[in-house]
Design a protein around this ligand. Structure first.
Ligand code: ADP
Length: 477
């Protein structure tokens, strides 16, 4: 079976969030199972200097809004390809800077979606399934049914929604960029309250649609979590498939992680304590033995920063240390900086993207806080559990599928969960966790239960393969 993964991000090449982890891991896992899976993604700044790439074939040209845009295909090996187009992708960030999203994102990802099909043609790769991820690749299914109809007759498309909050919504002036007939700018395909909606086009035209956890697959059908697309999603007679993400167990392993000062496993957790001591020292915490609660997250409102910031003074009065690593919204960052100033010695703030630091925090923290307003799947809780760091999370989306609430009587559970989206529900939940943390024996058992969970890609990749197979047999809709 031949699978093309179309994703705007993939680890370890370029990452803004969980989409990158998923695309990168899925590629590896599919290839391990003998499937000819390939990835084509944009060549962002920095990739070329870190990897040895070889140009493949000649120039690729796509017309975007009356302009001929030229690109080139570069290969890392026979699985990983990059589309080079300096004017569109050689930039400081992937989607935008602190000032805002790049103004030409519609242009950039129309080019990406079309040029990747040209690239397939050029290398003679005819996928059975193109696995399109998020809005950046969501026009591909519609292109296959229109402009590229004659060229990919046997190729089906799967659209995976990693986060319905990001749809690729652009003003009507983006329509001519797509090269699609204007008749598609209607309510049934890609018009959305007067604008163009790339994700909607994908939901309507892909052969199958999936999302990244079982619970989120049902949540997005509701008005509350549907971001205006619940009606369109409900109209899909074949339903939305929910496949809960995994994490790459080789990439994320406290026993071998070279970013850690000390490695550890479930059998011997003593070195986790050393990782904690080191984290406490580098964070400059006054009380070096207090429990450390961490947040590692894009700094956006989805991640629950408003209730965290409202609760932070009370949380710190419970005698804990807090470390936050993240990057994003300047308004939220300003409030976090203010909290940092109020609580020097117990609140450590890192407003950056720093993978080695993230790893040191996963290992050194006692608890990982994930108070999300909504969470399609969430990877931080999975990584945290792998590193014996107990999640404290809001009961939403994939967090519900992957964490079970601690039950003192039965001695079960892998974390602490709260439902209400408010600071006091968060606080109460943290108190509940701290009450268990004082009992070292119980806490150790809880850490071991977390580490004993299997969030590897073994099971999700089986599900993706079955889905691809069912699609390949049926052919395009
Ligand atoms: P999302 O995709 O919504 O950002 P996920 O929980 O699915 O959230 O994935 C987040 C991923 O990004 C995790 O691998 C997490 O460790 C990583 N991450 C988030 N913020 C940072 C940061 N500032 N530095 C390093 N890694 C980060």
């Amino acid at each position: 079976m031949k699978i093309l993964i179309a994703s705007a991000e993939a680890a370890p090449f370029a990452k803004a969030g969980g989409l990158a982890d998923v695309a990168g891991a899925l590629l590896i896992e599919l290839n391990k199972r003998g499937i000819d899976a390939r990835l084509i993604m944009p060549l962002y700044r920095g990739i070329k200097s870190r990897h040895q790439l070889k140009a493949v074939g000649g120039e690729l040209t796509v017309n975007v809004g009356q302009k001929n845009i030229r690109g080139r295909l570069l290969a890392l090996d026979d699985r990983v390809y990059f589309l080079e187009c300096g004017e569109l992708f050689d930039r400081k960030e992937i989607y935008g800077t602190e000032v805002g999203e790049y103004q030409d994102n519609a242009f950039r990802f129309v080019f990406y979606s079309r040029v990747l099909l040209e690239a397939c043609d050029m290398i003679g790769f005819v996928p059975d399934v193109i696995h399109c991820n998020d809005w950046q690749a969501a026009l591909v299914p519609l292109y296959l049914k229109t402009i590229y109809k004659g060229r990919f007759k046997s190729t089906s498309t799967l659209l995976t929604i990693h986060n319905l909050g990001y749809q690729g919504i652009f003003p009507p002036s983006a329509m001519p960029l797509t090269g699609l007939p204007f008749e598609f700018f209607n309510h049934d395909v890609m018009e959305f309250y007067g604008n163009v909606n790339f994700l909607k086009a994908g939901i309507v035209t892909a052969d199958r649609v999936s999302t990244v956890s079982v619970n989120y697959a049902t949540e997005i059908l509701t008005e509350q979590n549907g971001f205006g697309l619940d009606g369109v999603l409900n109209k899909r007679a074949d339903g939305i498939v929910g496949i809960t993400n995994g994490i790459d167990y080789n990439e994320w392993d406290p026993a071998t992680d070279s970013a850690l000062a000390f490695n550890y496993s479930a059998v011997d957790l003593a070195a986790k304590k050393k990782c904690k001591d080191k984290l406490a020292a580098v964070s400059g915490f006054s009380n070096k033995t207090a429990p450390i609660m961490a947040m590692i997250s894009r700094i956006v409102s989805q991640k629950g920063f408003d209730i965290f910031i409202a609760a932070v003074d009370n949380l710190l009065s419970l005698g804990i240390n807090i470390v936050v690593l993240g990057k994003g919204d300047e308004g939220i960052q300003k409030k976090l900086r203010e909290a940092g100033k109020r609580h020097q010695g117990s609140f450590s703030l890192h407003l950056e993207h720093d993978e080695p630091l993230a790893r040191a925090i996963y290992a050194g923290a006692d608890m990982m806080l994930i108070p999300s307003l909504y969470e399609p799947c969430g990877l931080t809780q999975l990584i945290a559990m792998r590193y014996a760091t107990v999640p404290i999370a809001r009961a939403t989306g994939g967090l519900v599928d992957t964490i079970s609430d601690y039950d003192h009587i039965k001695g079960i559970g892998t974390g602490f969960m709260f439902s209400g989206y408010n600071p006091s529900a968060l606080e109460e939940c943290v108190k509940r966790a701290l009450a268990v943390h004082v009992d070292a024996k119980r806490w150790r058992a809880l850490m071991r239960r977390c580490m004993g969970m299997d969030f590897s890609w073994d099971s999700p990749v089986d599900k993706y393969i079955r889905l691809y197979e069912s699609m390949a047999v049926g052919g395009p809709r």
